[in-house]
Design a protein around this ligand. Structure first.
Ligand SMILES: O=C(O)[C@H]1O[C@H](OP(=O)(O)OP(=O)(O)OC[C@H]2O[C@@H](n3ccc(=O)[nH]c3=O)[C@H](O)[C@@H]2O)[C@H](O)[C@@H](O)[C@@H]1O
Length: 451
């Protein structure tokens, strides 16, 4: 009888193989569950991170605004690189918006296009046939819904705002890859004199680091654009000569805000000197008007007076009235366009200077200072409400007692001639304010009576 084949060896081998398979599969299982665990942990951490960044929601209080502002800047910086320009349609929008409609029209990058002066200037440029591309990070220094409402208006006029931060070099470089901008109107900034004591870093980040970043990109661009940018009357600081002329001292800033704007003027000198960038700085004097900034006195006085809240009216330490050369937005826009129109071409190419380039500084004011007390009484009559005034000594918060512009240089070079007095300008502002916030009936009488 034939003996059955000896299978003991193959059985052993099979058992051994099956053992190895089991070990391997349990190792695989362990490894994949480890991987799954790590992945879950990562996703949870990312979710927590974004939750923290976006919470609490926007608040009115200055402290919350400060924190929130920083968060938004940080998020916008992180997100913009990841999400901008994610497609052909985005690039198409960028090109379409920045293409001029008239022959020899400009192609202007307007930074801070969601801001007060940015919105008005963008509209004016677009209306006359220039191409305009906006850039804004929509931070929450003041109510972002107002910036979004301005963005809507720009969109209706076919102006596209790229959402991103000045400090995002990758984004800026990409924009210059797509569009050969002829000009930059640089209005993005951390504004406000008093807020600099609460959030000093935001001034350094926008007004210094952001400006340098923009100039770095501009100097490398081919063609190099001409640059017009917003400085501030606050650079005159403790200057006592009157009215303020561009030749007066600007080395005694009274606030960090003023110091960062003054730094911007010096930085502009450097980039002009080394790289041949054509740069014009405009010293704005307390700009006001429809679609204005809610952090400014005329704006929050209006809100507080209507709500029956008291307002603080500052006076100097020797009990004199505090006054400002309040300048209406339409005059400022004319000044911006005049500066753009007379800006010469930059002379450099690919980061190299090829000859001397234009470097200018101009005051854009109203040439007629008005006391804060008078501002309040104009508002009272327009709003038809008596203000609850607290006259107090100006806190030591960076404010200066008085501003007054001499604008003869801007008049000489581009015919700048402010034409709106404070009462007329405030009436236009109040008209806009009540219609924007839907409170027209209460103040209709005041606006019509003061017509
Ligand atoms: O022209 C400028 O350079 C600056 O103008 C404004 O700064 P400021 O003139 O201080 O404007 P507001 O903050 O609106 O103050 C206007 C006046 O009201 C006074 N004020 C402000 C706040 C307040 O509670 N009470 C009060 O009397 C201020 O002292 C000042 O005289 C802007 O906020 C700055 O961004 C800009 O650069």
């Amino acid at each position: 009888m034939a003996s059955p084949p000896d299978t003991s060896k193959t059985t052993k081998l099979e058992r051994y193989n099956s053992y190895i398979r089991k070990v391997n599969s349990s190792k695989l299982l362990a490894a994949s569950s480890k991987l799954l665990f790590r992945l879950t942990l990562l996703v949870t951490l990312v979710l927590i991170f974004f939750f923290i960044l976006n919470y609490p929601p926007l608040s009115d209080t200055a402290a919350a605004a400060a924190a929130s502002n920083h968060r938004v800047l940080a998020t916008s910086h992180l997100l913009s690189s990841a999400f901008y320009g994610s497609g052909a349609s985005w690039e198409k929008e960028v090109r379409r918006s920045s293409t001029p409609r008239k022959p020899n029209g400009f192609s202007v990058l307007v930074t801070g296009a969601g801001g007060f002066v940015g919105t008005h200037s963008s509209l004016a440029l677009k209306k006359r046939g220039d191409g305009v591309l906006g850039l804004d990070n929509f931070n929450s220094y003041y109510d972002p819904s107002l910036k979004r409402a301005r963005q809507k208006v720009l969109k209706q006029h076919e102006i596209f705002i790229v959402e991103g931060d000045l400090n995002d070099g990758e984004l800026l470089a990409k924009l210059f890859d797509i569009v050969p901008f002829t000009h930059i109107l640089h209005l993005a900034a951390q504004a406000g004199v008093r807020y600099a004591m609460q959030n000093p870093q935001s001034y350094v980040s926008s007004n210094i680091a952001g400006f340098v970043n923009l100039l770095e990109i501009a100097k490398n661009a081919d063609p190099q654009p001409s640059i017009v940018w917003a400085s501030s009357s606050s650079v005159y600081g403790l200057n006592t000569e009157n009215p303020f002329s561009e030749s007066h001292r600007t080395d005694q800033p009274a606030s960090l805000y003023a110091a960062t704007k003054k730094a911007g003027e010096e930085i502009a000198h450097t980039y002009n000197h080394i790289y041949g960038l054509s740069i014009t700085g405009l010293r704005f004097f307390t700009v006001y008007g429809p679609w204005g900034r809610p952090d400014m006195a005329y704006f929050f006085f209006t809100k507080d007076i209507l709500q029956g809240k008291s307002i603080n009216v500052y006076q100097t330490h020797d009990e004199k009235e505090v006054a400002r050369d309040f300048t209406y937005i339409d005059d400022i826009v004319k000044g911006c366009l005049g500066a753009l129109d007379t800006a010469e071409k930059s002379t450099g190419k690919g980061g190299k200077k090829r000859g001397p380039a234009q470097l200018r500084i101009y005051n854009l004011g109203n040439t007629s200072p008005v006391s804060v007390g008078k501002l309040v009484s104009i508002l009272e009559s327009l709003l038809n409400v008596k203000a609850k005034k607290h006259v107090i000594k100006m806190p030591r918060n960076g404010d200066v007692p008085y501003t007054h512009a001499n604008v003869s240089l801007a008049f000489r070079d581009f015919g700048y001639k402010p034409s709106t007095d404070l009462s007329t300008g405030l009436r236009k502002f109040v008209k806009w304010y009540v219609s924007y916030y839907g409170i027209k009936p209460r103040v209709e009488k005041g606006i019509t009576e003061s017509n």
